[in-house]
Design a protein around this ligand. Structure first.
Ligand SMILES: [Zn+2]
Ligand SMILES: [Zn+2]
Length: 174
């Protein structure tokens, strides 16, 4: 089972089991997950969606690392679960990690909007006009070549905190 250690470390990931959700992944490469202070984003592997939790909740047995989890379960169920865990890990590394890029931005953006009292918005990729700036909320750099824009106010969405326009996301007047 040593490959679980090397595979997760080499890919900046943590794979484990959460009783409520099953297999979950913590991706250290997600901009919101650089620090475990405050809220961080987890991936629920059963339906490949994000959920947020306080970084301080990242403790056994609420979250048990794949190797600890496999050691905890009945011996006759270990092999099947080990294979399942490995296939989930490979699927995330080879496929889902890229595919979930858009879903990640939608998730953190809508979480930001909800906190500010706005309804969910969609996100889009700028078709022209390169713009680079800094996030007014968390000072992260934003660049519409890589980052998405809010469909309503057309500000570049911060990939770290999900913020769009300062002082409120309102319809842009064309
Ligand atoms: Zn930000
Ligand atoms: Zn907006």
């Amino acid at each position: 089972m040593d490959y679980f250690y090397s595979k997760t470390q080499d890919n900046d990931l943590w794979l484990g089991f959460k009783p409520q959700y099953g297999w979950v992944i913590y991706d250290r490469k997600l901009p919101s997950n650089k620090s475990v202070h405050g809220e961080v984003y987890w991936i629920k592997c059963s339906d490949w969606t994000f959920f947020k939790d306080k970084g301080s909740n990242w403790n056994y047995p609420e979250y048990s690392f794949v190797v600890s989890y496999l050691k905890d379960i009945e011996t006759n169920q270990q092999k099947e679960n080990e294979e399942k865990a490995l296939s989930i890990l490979d699927e995330y590394i080879n496929k889902k990690r890229n595919e979930m890029d858009l879903k990640y931005i939608e998730t953190i953006h809508n979480n930001y909007l909800e906190k500010k009292g706005f309804s969910p918005r969609s996100v889009l990729k700028a078709k022209s006009g390169r713009r680079e700036s800094g996030c007014w909320e968390c000072k992260n750099t934003v660049d519409n070549k890589y980052d998405y824009e809010c469909s309503t106010c057309r500000w570049i969405i911060c990939s770290s905190c999900g913020a769009c326009k300062q002082f409120g996301c309102i319809e842009r007047k064309n």
